[in-house]
Design a protein around this ligand. Structure first.
Ligand SMILES: [Zn+2]
Length: 162
């Protein structure tokens, strides 16, 4: 038996899976060949260490089927970026916009009141909240709506006694 055949049969020989004839031929080669004997001794050492390792624990029944859901439960929750706008339903968006515009309107009205005594007609035109804030887009708002009320308030504060 040559070196290549001996190395190919070493594992089977070690596990006692070779025939008596094969066994004798391998042993004759290992007695005569130092390189193959060293290879056999390394294989024997590795095999002995593997045999000393504790057996892996038994996997519970159905573990493979449950594994994906177990993994999903352990994943950290991704912080989602949700804008304030996403939280608002369309009616709430309109209400929020109306509140914002009311705030702007009151600010503009307060500014007009402060300027009323000394303001010239040109400066009153320049501070007309409907023109300044482009509120004429609200002119199509249905009567009685918040937008309509806001537009009336903003226009009224500018017109004064009209
Ligand atoms: Zn050899």
């Amino acid at each position: 038996m040559n070196c290549r055949d001996t190395k190919a049969q070493m594992s089977r020989y070690l596990d006692g899976e070779t025939s008596v004839t094969e066994r004798k031929r391998i042993e004759q080669h290992l007695d005569a060949c130092v390189a193959c004997r060293k290879s056999f001794e390394r294989l024997q050492s590795i095999s002995g260490r593997l045999a000393q390792l504790p057996a892996p624990p038994d996997v519970p029944q159905g573990f493979a089927e449950r594994l994906p859901s177990l993994a999903a439960r352990r994943l950290p929750v991704q912080p989602s970026i949700v804008s304030f706008r996403d939280l608002l339903t369309p009616p709430m968006r309109f209400a929020a916009a109306a509140v914002l515009m009311l705030g702007l309107g009151f600010g503009a009205a307060l500014s007009l009141d402060l300027n009323r005594g000394s303001g010239t007609p040109e400066s009153q035109t320049a501070t007309d909240p409907v023109a300044v804030y482009g509120l004429d887009v609200l002119s199509d708002a249905p009567g009685g709506s918040l937008a309509d009320a806001y537009l009336a308030l903003a226009s009224g504060s500018n017109g004064g006694g009209n």
